[in-house]
Design a protein around this ligand. Structure first.
Ligand SMILES: Nc1nc(=O)c2c([nH]1)NC[C@@H]1CN(c3ccc(C(=O)N[C@@H](CCC(=O)O)C(=O)O)cc3)C=[N+]21
Length: 282
């Protein structure tokens, strides 16, 4: 193995310690940062992510509330709850855990959250601000990825970044953020023909496919930086990424593991956004 591991768990811990001090100062000014999470239904994965958010919030002194709703809740009822939270000055950040049940239109929910409390960075206003390079809430996973690259002083400007995946929460925004950092960005996806032709030209490869261990060293250029955004739960209960870690690590210069990679950074950036919201900065 030759690659250096970018440990997101350790970096997230460092960031939480810094944020903890910031929260102490905020509290001295009479502001108690609050993140309210809405969890609909009882998908075990969603529940476990929400637990992670609660634990991380507690560590930095952010008050977190979880509103649990039955999977049969109506869209109307969910919208009503969001409107109340929008009006509540003690709530700084609102996060509706995705995915939602099929009878609820995700986009209606995302657009109902006040852009000033949208700590996920999913509201079209905040996406538009991100696209035009303005200060706003950045989507947590892309923001976490950029923070990991910067933590190792990995150059971005002028580098060729290839992204596999085009979701609204990872693939599209991470490309935009890296473009803002002056990278040359290529987006690949399920309809890309001859994927390897692109990935083997990547200085930085970001993998967000959702299939366990499918990207190995054959897809890499020598000394590439590999960021694995996949979170796949295997039948034996273990968690694995989209990248075949051992194979890729033998050829890459830097690589993120799963677990302890991008996941914990996503949560750290959510806390960052909540503090930003509590300061009233957007
Ligand atoms: N509105 C919304 N915002 C989200 O940010 C959001 C969401 N919905 N829905 C689900 C996805 C997924 N997600 C993760 C966050 C942390 C870990 C994480 O910390 N993972 C640990 C392992 C956790 C474990 O062991 O289960 C790790 O990779 O080391 C994973 C996944 C946030 N999401």
């Amino acid at each position: 193995m030759s690659a250096q591991i970018i440990n997101g768990k350790d970096l997230a811990q460092e960031l939480r310690l810094e944020m903890k001090e910031e929260v102490v100062k905020l509290k001295d000014t009479g502001v108690n940062p609050n993140l309210t999470v809405i969890l609909v239904g009882d998908n075990p994965a969603s529940r476990s992510y929400v637990k992670g958010k609660e634990k991380a919030s507690a560590q930095v002194g952010i008050q977190s509330e979880v509103i649990e709703l039955s999977s049969s809740v109506t869209e109307e009822k969910l919208l009503e709850i969001i409107h109340k939270l929008n009006e509540d000055p003690s709530v700084h950040g609102i996060l509706v855990q995705l995915p939602l049940p099929d009878h609820i239109h995700e986009q209606h929910i995302i657009e109902a959250i006040s852009p000033t409390k949208d700590v996920d960075g999913f509201h079209p206003i905040n996406i538009g601000r991100m696209m035009t390079g303005q200060d706003t809430f950045l989507p947590c996973t892309p923001f976490g990825i950029i923070t990991m690259l910067k933590s190792k002083s990995i150059p971005i400007a002028g580098k060729h970044v290839v992204i596999i995946g085009r979701s609204n929460i990872v693939g599209k925004p991470v490309g935009q953020l890296l473009l803002n950092e002056n990278a040359t960005v290529t987006h690949c996806h399920s309809r890309t023909s001859n994927l390897k032709e692109y990935t083997t030209k990547a200085d930085i490869l970001i993998v967000a496919i959702g299939k366990p261990n499918i990207i190995d060293k054959e897809y890499l250029k020598a000394n590439a930086v590999v960021i694995d955004v996949g979170i796949n739960r295997l039948d034996n209960g273990s968690l694995t990424g989209d990248v075949d870690f051992d194979s890729a690590a033998s050829k890459a210069s830097y690589i993120t593991p799963v677990p302890k990679g991008v996941g914990p950074m996503t949560i750290a950036m959510l806390l960052h956004n909540t503090i930003k919201a509590a300061k009233g900065l957007t």
